[in-house]
Every structure is written in structure tokens, then in C-alpha cells.
Ligand binder design. Structure first.
Ligand code: ADP
Ligand code: SF4
Length: 681
């Protein structure tokens, strides 16, 4: 049973005509699935309803072909033919006792309309927000009337599809209604532009239209970004935020308030602590009697209870916490706090939408596979036979494989060479800003330590002879990967022999020994990996007093972190810390004291001082053990061994989410036929 201090989280909340069963509110969030993978999208959201969320929301749902976000995988409600798909959504959510909410969106100048080929719409003539040679045209009065009709029609369809809560959405600098509100986008001189009251006119009208359409059986939610963190150049919570909430205070049945842009709303743990939106949204409840929902990467039930108790919000909003653990509410309800799989705040989930692919999650490997592979986040089928499995390596792949296997009823022996569990997450969580990443290890260790079927051995570096002699029938090799030091990555595809002319320090050495392992003098970091690692190493070294130059063939630092919504903050932080950045540069030559790089376009060379060089390029599997065992395959039956598999980085170096996924997949593969694409192998 739950602890009394969490009772407050399980109080029902009246939202207009509908009532939630508790205060857990999964706010709208993208999944990278949407209308293109509707079954996947639906199955992902359905497990949240099953897991106890009081409200489960869609992602943004395009209301009309003039809001065509192709190729992005959003929801769609363009016409009546889309109602059936939405009805399937509400049926599944209702079947588990949750309310279903729909976020209607018109993307305005954010929608380039690649499929519909309609000229995009905006308050004033403007380029679309993507880097495309497409302009949105200024809407005339007929367009405004048409837009109001489309929104109204979509609200009617949403009601027909069975939604309990219908959103009017003005946020994230990505919607037509938001663009009308914002002076930098709205240069109109008619009654829809100019004064704040005029800029708010369309928003007010659409709220009224929506109310009229949905009548008194559905609730109306307004999603509003109350601050853009741009100072006077944008919305500020203490100015425009107050003005608009005051003006419309009692109009909606629910205020869903957050920050804009998405980069500000969904900040990673590297840049923001749990609850980082509190100071911005605090004012809202002082201006309205209607319930308020807010977000802030809340994973701690104590914090959740606090923000309700303090009157900051009525409903605890979550996107990421609900992705990492769809059963978070039920776990709190059942007093299983230690079982909560806490989000680490890495935004791999957000990268799904940004790369137009079904999202995945570092903590929850079942995300995106609920439908395709039938993976449930909590329920794993019991093994059809007794099984003992040896897992070599205690990083995310080995720990996830072991955890899932004991849940399936297997006996697991986990051997780790080092003196701590976690592999790369233990080492990386000591880097600046990545402390929460240790949750990948900690959640799995809690599960493993609670199981009588798991034998856990640290300080156990196994050899091929050890593994053969144990004679355990099934073995997973999860021995990870090491960073290369020969320069091979994206730009340089072959080793660079000239790197041997000076001191080169690998990432692993820095992870193990800290900055003290570098000689005094200028450090040059070469980032051809383009995710986070080079930037955190640069931060670590700059904070340690080193003179750091960051070289990358990409035009920006940590280029892939655009997809995790971090790139702007990373580059700003490095520049603020005094890290010198040489973009669009590849490696050319090296001697004991200098390094020469060359512009990737012109070949123009620049020589800089370099006492030590840190290449952050790509990784090589630690698969010597596997190679040896593989070479002795003929001996396996003599030792009673049926199967030895590589998993995680040992099979193919990748992100932490991929390692956990690989471990999870191994655990499912023991007695289950291959599913999804794996069946094609
Ligand atoms: P992954 O991301 O695939 O889980 P990691 O690099 O995080 O990989 O973890 C691999 C772990 O395997 C490391 O903690 C490492 O110490 C351990 N390891 C490597 N070789 C052996 C071995 N021969 N015996 C036991 N553990 C090993
Ligand atoms: Fe949290 Fe990372 Fe999972 Fe997203 S991918 S829900 S940020 S753990």
C-alpha cells in the first residue's frame, strides 16, 4: 500500500465536465509514431492508461492539410476519415479508466506543407521555420474565418471520436495561434495585430469556438507557453504570461502551462534540475480557479506531492517520466517506490520526433515496441523452461539482460571485471551534468539485488576458459566498447598515423583517471562522434583549468544533439567557458607540440599549439573474449554450452539506449520466436 503522504496524488480532479481518477497527467508529447505508425502510437499510450495515469494525451494532431507537418509523424485529424483512428485511441485509453485528451494543432509557418503543397499560413508574410525555400503567406480575413472553421470542425470530430479533453494549443513557437500572439511573428495592422488585445483576438475566438463545438460533455484545455526565456524579445511570465492568463482566466476548464520553445520546455538533466519550470508557472494558479497542470521532468513522488500541496499545480504533468515508466502512478499507489524507473533526462525520446522515427527511451527499452513486438513495460512472459544464464559484463546491456531474465524466471550469474556496476554509465555519470544517468544502473541493481535468482560478482574478469569450464548453457557477452585513439570516425575513415607524433589521450583514460592524466599545456579535442561525449570532456577539461580547443568537421559542436534539443545550450556553455571552437575542420598533421587542421571545404590549414590530443571519434567493441570463444565453437557442446551471444556495445557500439535495448531483446529471445524485423534475420 502507498504511504499516506502520497494520498494527495490520488485525489480526483474535476476538469470542467469530466473528472480524473488522480492527479497524474500525461501531457501531449510527440512519439515519432503518429499517423504513420498509428498502432505503435496507440499501444505506447495505452500502457500509460494501464499504468495508472489519470489523463493520457495524444501528441499534436494536425487539424487540416494546410497544417501538414510531413514527414514528421504527428497525429492527424484532417477530415472524417481520421475519426476511426482517433476512436480506437480513446477506446483503448478508456478501457483502462483514464481520460483521453487531444491536442489540436495548426502549425502555421511551422508546417511547410510538403505533402499537401498548400501555401503555409501565418499572421504575416514569413519564411517557414524549417530551412526550406518556402514562405508562409499572411492570412486575410477569409483565411482567418476558414481557420476558425477548421479548428471547430476538428473539435467536433474530436468529440465524435470520444475525447474527454480538447486542447487549444498556443505554444512552443510552433503553432499558428502562438504566432498570432507573438509580436515578432504578428506584424498585422488590423484587429488581429498590433496591441496585445488584438494579437489575442484569434486565440480568444478559437477558445470560444471550441467551447461552442464541444458543448458541455468535454473539457476544454488551453496549452500556453507562459515564458520563452528570451527576455523582452519574447513572452515573459511576469508580463505577457500574466496578461493572457488574466484575460482568459476562467475561459478554459484547464490551464496546461509550460515554457517555449521545445528546447526550453524539455530541457535535459545536463542543463536543468527537476522542477525547473516552477518559478515560471507559479503565478498561474493565483489568477484562475481552474485546474492547472505543469511539467518539469518530475520523477520523485515527494516532489510531485509537494508541488500539489504547495498549490503550484493541481495536476502533475509528465511526458518523459511517463515514457521512462508508464506505470509510475500505479507503483506509487502500490507503495513500490523503489521500482520506479526514473527518467534520466537525456532526451533520446525527443530525438525520435526530430529524426522522424518511432521514439526509443534509454530507461525503458520497450518504448516503441509495444505493438510491433508486443513488448509490455512491466510484464515479461515467464520462461517455458528452467534456465540458467551467464552474463559477462555489468554495463547497461548486461544489467538489463540480467534484470529482465530474472523477471522471466531464469537464474542469472552476472560477472563484472571492474569493482563497480554500471559499465559506461557509472563512468559517464561522473562527467559534468550527467549525474542522473546513474539511474540506468541503479534501477537495474535494485531489481537484481531484490531477486534470489541473481548471483552478482564484481572483480570477476572472465576468460574463455572460465566461461567454457562453467558449462552454463546460455551466455551473453556484454563486455562493451572502448573509444578509438587512431582518429577513425565520420570524416577520417582510415587511421591517421601522424597522431602518433605527440601525446594522445583516449576518452576512456580520462573517464578512468580524470583530467589529471593529461600533461600540462593546451588540449585539443577532436569531435567526429558528434553526440555529447566531446562536449562533456571539453567542459570537464575547461573547468579543470586547461586551455581547450574543440575541433570538429561539423559546422557546429555536438551536432547530433540538435535532436536531443541540447545543441544550443552546449555550444553556448563551451563558448562561455572559453573553449575555442574550430568548426568545419579535419585533421591534417601533428608533431610533439602542434596540431594542424584543414578546412573541410578549402583545405586551408591552421596550426595550433597542442600538448595533448583527445580524439572523440568512434568506438571499437571489446570483443576479444567473444572472438576466442567463437574460435572454439566446436568445443561448446563438450562443455554443455548451447549458445553464446554478444549484446550491447560488444556487438555494435551505440548509445546507452541501444545497449539496454539489446540486453532486453536478448532476454526475450531465449524462448520466443523472433518478432518484428528480427524475424527477417
Ligand atoms: P554496454 O553498454 O554494452 O553494457 P559497457 O561498456 O557499459 O557496455 O559495459 C561493459 C562492462 O563489461 C564493463 O563494465 C567491463 O568492465 C565489463 N567487462 C569487460 N570485459 C569483461 C570480462 N572479460 N569479464 C567480465 N566483465 C568484463
Ligand atoms: Fe527520460 Fe531519456 Fe527515456 Fe526520454 S529517453 S524518457 S529523457 S530516460
Amino acid at each position: 500500500m502507498r504511504e499516506a503522504r502520497y494520498d494527495i496524488l490520488f485525489e480526483p480532479v474535476q476538469i470542467g465536465p469530466v473528472k480524473t481518477r488522480n492527479r497524474f497527467y500525461q501531457v501531449p508529447h510527440c512519439t515519432g509514431m503518429g499517423h504513420r505508425y498509428p498502432e505503435a502510437d496507440l499501444a505506447h499510450k495505452a500502457v500509460k492508461a494501464e499504468g495508472g495515469w489519470g489523463v493520457v494525451s495524444t501528441q499534436e494532431v494536425e487539424i487540416h492539410p494546410s497544417s501538414d507537418l510531413t514527414p514528421s509523424n504527428q497525429g492527424r485529424l484532417w477530415d472524417d476519415s481520421d475519426i476511426a483512428r482517433c476512436r480506437a485511441f480513446t477506446d483503448r485509453i478508456h478501457a483502462h479508466g483514464a481520460l483521453a485528451a487531444i491536442e489540436l494543432v495548426h502549425g502555421g509557418a511551422n508546417a511547410a506543407n510538403r505533402l499537401s503543397r498548400m501555401p503555409p499560413l501565418a499572421p504575416s508574410h514569413a519564411l517557414v521555420t524549417s530551412d526550406e525555400p518556402v514562405q508562409a503567406r499572411a492570412m486575410d480575413k477569409d483565411d482567418i474565418h476558414a481557420f476558425r472553421r477548421w479548428h471547430r470542425d476538428a473539435a467536433l470530430r474530436a468529440k465524435k471520436a470520444g475525447f474527454d479533453i480538447v486542447y487549444v494549443y498556443a505554444g512552443h513557437d510552433l503553432t499558428l495561434l502562438h504566432h498570432f500572439l507573438l509580436a515578432r511573428h504578428n506584424h498585422r495592422t488590423d484587429e488581429y495585430g498590433g496591441s496585445f488585445e488584438n494579437r489575442m483576438r484569434l486565440f480568444r475566438e478559437v477558445v470560444a469556438d471550441t467551447r461552442d463545438a464541444i458543448g458541455d460533455s468535454c473539457a476544454l484545455a488551453v496549452r500556453l507557453a507562459v515564458d520563452e526565456l528570451m527576455g523582452e524579445a519574447g513572452f515573459r511570465h511576469g508580463a505577457e504570461g500574466v496578461d493572457i492568463v488574466s484575460a482568459l482566466a476562467e475561459e478554459p476548464d484547464l490551464w496546461d502551462v509550460n515554457l517555449s520553445s521545445w528546447e526550453n520546455d524539455s530541457q535535459t538533466a545536463r542543463f536543468a534540475q527537476e522542477g525547473y519550470q516552477e518559478d515560471f508557472i507559479r503565478f498561474v494558479k493565483t489568477l484562475t480557479t481552474k485546474p492547472v497542470v505543469g511539467v518539469g521532468r518530475y520523477t520523485s513522488p515527494d516532489t510531485m506531492a509537494r508541488i500539489v500541496r504547495q498549490g503550484l499545480v493541481d495536476l502533475v504533468g509528465a511526458a518523459r517520466a511517463s515514457i521512462a515508466d508508464p506505470f509510475l502512478p500505479n507503483k506509487i499507489r502500490d507503495g513500490r517506490i523503489d521500482d520506479i524507473r526514473e527518467c534520466i533526462g537525456c532526451n533520446i525520446c525527443a530525438s525520435g520526433d526530430n529524426t522522424v522515427t518511432p521514439m526509443r527511451c534509454t530507461q525503458n527499452p520497450t518504448v516503441g515496441e509495444e505493438a510491433r513486438k508486443g513488448w509490455h513495460p512491466e510484464v515479461l512472459p515467464s520462461l517455458d523452461r528452467p534456465a540458467q544464464i551467464l552474463i559477462v559484463g555489468g554495463g547497461p546491456a548486461g544489467l538489463e539482460a540480467g534484470r529482465a531474465l530474472v523477471q522471466r524466471g531464469a537464474s542469472v550469474i552476472l560477472a563484472e571485471a571492474g569493482d563497480e556496476w554500471g559499465g559506461r554509465v557509472a563512468r559517464e555519470s561522473r562527467l559534468p551534468g550527467l549525474a542522473t544517468w546513474i539511474r540506468v544502473r541503479d534501477w537495474r541493481m535494485v531489481q537484481l539485488k531484490a531477486s534470489a535468482q541473481a548471483e552478482l560478482y564484481l572483480g570477476s574478469r572472465l576468460t574463455a576458459d572460465d566461461i567454457l569450464s562453467y558449462g552454463i548453457a546460455e551466455v551473453a557477452i556484454a563486455t562493451g566498447a572502448r573509444w578509438r585513439t587512431d582518429g577513425v570516425g565520420r570524416w577520417h575513415r582510415a587511421p591517421l598515423p601522424f597522431l602518433g607524433a605527440g601525446v594522445t589521450v583516449g576518452v576512456d583514460r580520462i573517464l578512468d583517471d580524470g583530467p589529471g592524466c593529461l600533461p600540462a599545456g593546451p588540449v585539443v579535442i577532436f569531435d567526429d562522434d558528434r553526440y555529447y561525449m566531446a562536449s562533456v570532456v571539453a567542459e570537464l577539461l575547461a573547468a579543470g583549468g586547461f586551455d581547450v580547443t574543440y575541433i570538429t568537421p561539423a559546422p557546429i559542436v555536438a551536432a547530433w544533439t540538435v535532436n536531443t534539443l541540447e545543441q544550443g545550450r552546449i555550444q553556448t556553455r563551451l563558448m562561455t567557458m572559453g573553449v575555442k571552437i574550430l568548426a568545419l575542420s579535419a585533421l591534417k598533421a601533428r608533431d610533439a607540440e602542434t596540431l594542424t587542421c584543414a578546412c573541410v571545404y578549402t583545405g586551408r590549414e591552421t596550426t595550433i599549439a597542442c600538448a595533448s590530443f583527445v580524439p572523440v571519434t568512434s568506438r571499437i567493441p571489446v570483443d576479444g573474449l567473444w572472438s576466442e570463444l567463437s574460435a572454439r565453437r566446436a568445443e561448446w557442446p563438450d562443455f554443455g554450452i548451447a549458445r553464446i551471444e554478444r549484446i550491447g556495445d560488444c556487438l555494435a557500439p551505440g548509445i546507452i539506449a541501444a545497449a539496454a535495448y539489446s540486453g532486453h531483446q536478448f532476454s526475450r529471445s531465449l524462448d520466443q520466436p523472433a518478432a518484428g524485423f528480427d524475424a527477417l534475420r
